[in-house]
Write a protein that binds this ligand. Structure first.
Ligand code: PLP
Length: 385
């Protein structure tokens, strides 16, 4: 692939990833991939555009999308969500905010497994809920049942899990998820599990939907996911949530009509095409991402051994630990200003992210090499001139 032509194409897109900084910066931050989406999705959207198919046609999606997700999840993860308990939402974050507002009250504690995807903090805090931080250990990013239990406060009512976990790239294993389920039962907590990264789990690990753990986990959980991460459709806004918790299911059913808005037909058709015809494309893309991950890890180990990083089991993100380097105070700022490479700053993921930065490796290997070259050169030789 011609890297400069590829970069020109990416800069011409309207998305935030390549528009955020000046043209001399290579962005590796927000979780969009630099790849075109599956041809089946492009064909479906093109057909709509070519025939101006933008009329009111939405209600059938309420049935068809939950069924397609149920088939997808059963086939890939061995868990069949109940379509009757599944609702289509606009984004993955929307049902997290909705479930918390239904199942908890202002002042209640909500556990986040930190560091974690930045918008979770706003969802908890802007709703007037109390942030209860469970800090994952900072080398293996594993969930430990005793440490989790110790983090729970008397006012805690819910946990928001991110599985697979952004930014560490962990795909939590059966024993860790069983620990979460046990603590939820002990303290009578709602578990909201964000599983938007479900499809990018690499050989040696597996995605285990939280609600698949058993009837108890099923009925005290809300599972949220989408086709958007797997198929690079972040701007098309279509997601699903499995409302296992009867309280949340009832609360959602009782919301005033139109409060949550409708479903965007483009997003719905794209989701259809993804879950009906996208699996081969996804398999190839996952192989590419795994090769990128291995390439990144090999170069980091060889050329920047002082930057520690656990090999991500999942996602296309790597969580870089700069605490043993001279740029520990603010690695993302230094690398942006001096190296012209745009990573996500660790503190965006909570106080546990100090000294870290997140890199997105869903790009061509040429661009990935440029990202690593810039990090290496800047850390070794100082600012680019
Ligand atoms: C864990 C997690 N949840 C949710 C989202 C965003 O999903 P949506 O745009 O559907 O709200 C992202 C995007 O990177 C994410 O990493």
């Amino acid at each position: 692939m011609n890297s400069s032509r590829d970069i020109e194409r990416l800069r011409a897109l309207s998305g935030i990833k390549w528009k955020r900084w000046d043209d001399d910066v290579i962005p590796a931050w927000v979780a969009d991939m630099d790849f075109a989406t599956a041809p089946a999705i492009v064909d479906a959207l093109r057909q709509m555009v070519d025939s101006s198919d933008f009329g009111y046609n939405l209600t059938s999606f309420d049935d068809s999308i939950p069924k397609l997700w149920a088939d997808w999840s059963e086939r890939r993860f061995g868990w069949r969500p109940d379509p009757e308990r599944t609702r289509v939402f606009s984004t993955t974050l929307q049902p997290i905010a909705v479930a918390l507002s239904i199942a908890t009250s202002p002042g209640d504690g909500v556990v986040l497994f930190t560091p974690v995807y930045a918008p979770f903090f706003g969802i908890v805090e802007k709703a007037g809920r109390e942030l209860v931080e469970y800090k994952l250990d900072q080398t293996e990013w594993r969930i430990d049942i005793d440490a989790l239990r110790a983090a729970i406060t008397p006012g805690t009512r819910a946990m928001v899990l991110c599985n697979p976990h952004n930014p560490s790239g962990r795909a939590f294993d059966a024993s860790e998820l069983a620990a979460v389920a046990q603590i939820a039962e002990e303290f009578d907590l709602l578990v909201i599990s964000d599983e938007i990264w479900q499809d990018f789990v690499y050989l040696g690990a597996e995605h285990i939907p939280f609600a698949s753990l058993g009837p108890e986990a099923w009925s005290r959980s809300v599972i949220v996911t989408a086709a958007s991460k797997s198929f690079n459709l972040g701007g098309l806004s279509c997601a699903v949530a499995h409302l296992g918790s009867p309280k949340v299911a009832k609360g959602v059913a009782e919301l005033p009509p139109h409060l949550l808005g409708g479903i965007n037909a483009l997003g719905a058709h794209a989701t259809h095409a993804a879950w009906e015809h996208g699996e081969d494309w996804l398999a190839t893309t996952t192989q590419t991402l795994r090769a990128n991950r291995d390439h990144l890890m090999a170069r980091m180990a060889a050329e920047l051994p002082e930057v520690h990083v656990a090999t991500p089991e999942a996602t296309y993100l790597a969580w870089l630990d700069f605490r043993d380097t001279s740029v520990a105070a603010d690695p993302a700022k230094y690398l942006l200003e001096s190296g012209r490479v745009g990573l996500s700053p660790g503190p965006d993921f909570g106080v546990a992210g100090a000294g870290f930065a997140r890199v997105n490796f869903a790009t061509s290997v040429e661009i990935l090499d440029e990202i690593v070259d810039r990090m290496v050169t800047t850390l070794r030789n100082g600012p680019r001139t």
